[in-house]
Write a protein that binds this ligand. Structure first.
Ligand SMILES: [Zn+2]
Length: 487
């Protein structure tokens, strides 16, 4: 008996030693050295604020119904840029793409170097009529008050357009001469998918044979209090994004009067198909979380490292914990959401055609074809026709051991050494998805602080940006562009 207890104690001790050893040694500090030369710069704050405010007054709205497109707002926005940023318009080659999107090209002295592309978008989402009274300041007033800039598009993402332009204008005023070509590209329909803007910009570059050292778009931020395993700010840089597809399930049936129905109507057949899909969600995959965790691991609590460092033992538990919350579940699996269904137009008529839409967000690594195949197999009912209606495949995953990622990370840390930088996968889509044919290194980040409150402002009521964050975004782009210009 004594022997059994002794053996058990020994086994538990060895196990604890192994677990702790992995927890303490597996996660070395991945943080890059802060960039040097990140000094205070001469931003004219009053003029920078005036420009941001002016940009927000122009209602460059993207409507789901593209026939509501207001061309004047976009040409007004182009005029605003010309007036506000004269040096850029003197020094850069400006190309209008598909009437409303813009490309600026500042040629470098060494054309053999691959250029760098900074992206943003000029369009904003509409303000719903019923909410317009709830805004503290009118949504298109461009009000600057209480240390804050208010307005639709402030956060998503005129802060990007305006701070890129401010930074470049300042660099040109200091007679900066790039070695490497720098491009800016501003789409005009990101909020409705980017097919008229960013997609056409990407085609334009492809035709010219331009390839980029790296591409930087919106889609990451300095999170504060959002990643609860780290008690420091975490700058997340998007290295991939999920795909999107609407899969239609259609059932054709004879129809007739509902007083003498068959055992199952078209809607019944569809309902069973949907239940089967919901009962067998896509498998969980920790690889994207693991890539992120490698960067933050060294800064997390011991218990977190104990679990993450011993996935040979804890994978099922980690998956169960992450799958318990829809937000974290979406970061480790392809999600399935039945969102629309239609049957017959009248209560007493059997549907001749029943249709449902399943919206899936696809994890990088899978494709529209592979998820469709799985849907067909799960439903396993040849009365249900499965077709994909609209979608785009998930992006590739951009590498993190590149000059571009290193520059972005080092610049962020150069501005505030306390910030931990980590790659992550976006659950939504950005214009950046169109640029994979032009560069392997496509990143998403914008220098502003994202808190749980901030995130509600994007597309929401009282969209706003603290003045301090705006100035910080200008400083960030200034230093990043300055370094990116070099060979
Ligand atoms: Zn956006």
């Amino acid at each position: 008996m004594k022997k059994i207890v002794a053996t058990a104690v020994l086994i538990v001790t060895i196990l604890l030693v192994v677990l702790s050893y992995r927890a303490t040694t597996l996660f070395h500090d991945h943080q890059v050295e802060p960039a040097t030369g990140i000094t205070e710069i001469g931003v004219d704050e009053a003029s920078a604020l005036k420009h941001f405010s002016d940009a927000l007054k122009i209602p460059t709205i993207s409507h789901d119904d593209r026939s509501n497109f207001d061309a004047t707002a976009f040409t007004d926005f182009h005029d605003f840029l010309k007036t506000a940023y004269p040096l850029i318009h003197q020094n850069a080659i400006r190309t209008v793409i598909n009437d409303y999107s813009l490309v600026y090209h500042l040629p470098g002295s060494e054309p053999s170097l691959e250029p760098v592309l900074f992206m943003s978008h000029m369009d904003v989402v509409p303000v719903e009529d019923i909410t317009s009274d709830e805004w503290t300041y009118p949504a298109f007033s461009g009000t600057v008050a209480d240390g804050t800039i208010w307005g639709r598009g402030a956060l998503d993402v005129k802060i990007g357009v305006v701070s890129l332009m401010e930074a470049m204008e300042l660099l040109l005023s200091e007679s900066a001469i790039p070695q490497r070509d720098i491009y800016f590209a501003f789409g005009h329909d990101e909020e409705v998918g980017g097919s008229d803007g960013a997609a056409k910009i990407a085609e334009y570059f492809a035709k010219k044979g331009v390839r980029f050292d790296y591409v930087l778009d919106e889609g990451g931020a300095v999170t504060v209090g959002l990643i609860n395993t780290v008690d420091r700010p975490v700058a997340v840089i998007g290295v991939s994004e999920k795909g999107y597809v609407n899969i239609a399930l259609t059932v054709e049936a004879p129809g007739g009067h509902s007083s003498s129905p068959p055992a199952q109507t078209g809607l019944g057949i569809l309902s069973r198909a949907i239940v089967r899909l919901e009962d067998s969600p896509f498998p969980a995959d920790l690889s994207h979380i693991n890539q992120h965790f490698e960067f933050i691991g060294a800064h997390t609590a011991f218990m977190t490292r104990l679990f993450m460092g011993n996935q040979w033992l804890f994978t099922p538990l980690i998956k169960r914990m992450l799958l318990a919350e829809p937000g974290t579940a979406a970061s480790i699996r392809t999600t399935t959401a039945a969102t629309m269904i239609s049957g017959s137009p009248k209560a007493n008529i059997l549907p001749t055609r029943a249709k449902a839409i399943i919206n899936l967000r696809i994890l990088p690594g899978e494709t529209i074809e592979t998820v469709k195949q799985r849907v067909v197999e799960l439903i396993d009912d040849d009365r249900v026709l499965v077709s994909d209606e609209y979608g785009n495949n998930p992006s590739a995953v951009s590498p993190v051991d590149t000059r571009g990622f290193g520059l972005i990370a080092a610049t962020i840390r150069g501005m505030d050494e306390d910030i931990v930088v980590a790659p992550y996968m976006l659950q939504g889509g950005t214009d950046a998805k169109y640029f994979y044919p032009l560069s392997d290194n496509v990143y998403r980040f914008l220098m502003f602080r994202a808190t749980s409150k901030t995130l509600n402002y994007a597309h929401g009521i009282d969209e706003q940006v603290p003045v301090e964050d705006y100035l910080q975004a200008i400083r960030f782009y200034y230093h990043l562009i300055r370094q990116s210009m070099e060979a």
